[in-house]
Design a protein around this ligand. Sequence first.
Ligand code: FES
Ligand code: FES
Length: 172
Amino acid sequence: MPNAPSQSPDAAPTAAPHRTVHLTVNGIAHEIEVETRRTLLDALRADLHLTGAKPGCGMGDCGACTVLIEGEAVYSCLTLAVACEGRAITTIEGLSSSDGELDPVQSAFIAHDALQCGFCTPGQVLAMKALLARNPHPSDDEIARAMSGNLCRCGAYPKILAAGRALAGHPS
Ligand code: FES
Ligand code: FES
């Protein structure tokens, strides 16, 4: 006969541990209390009410949740909020200037009609932003490779590439 479980089925569940995290998001300092298992995506959307980063697959496949951490594109669904202590995060809400002027990447996406439903667009724009920050004049292959972690169910890839080519200074 198997041994009885050591814990009574009526035992109260153990409370998940919480921790205070300090994040600078789009230039604004925040202090939030989060469960240690909370993703950055959930912290941004639910705690800070910044819903630009989208919950897609939730498992690192689609890129809809892409944000910038210290300028580097990351999947916020795979990043724990507590791992971002003291870090500077940029979401799509922080890309335009305070007077509403769009970032050049946003303008290029509009000019090249590089979106359809728009669900993937915040992640696409931020992935492109990170690419251009480290390589202002990427080749077509470099653009395609850098954007390969951001899926688009609407199939806007040719127009996203066209926006990237324009930003990189290639002739249309
Ligand atoms: S929601 Fe994060 S990669 Fe899909
Ligand atoms: S524009 Fe619809 S998923 Fe990309």
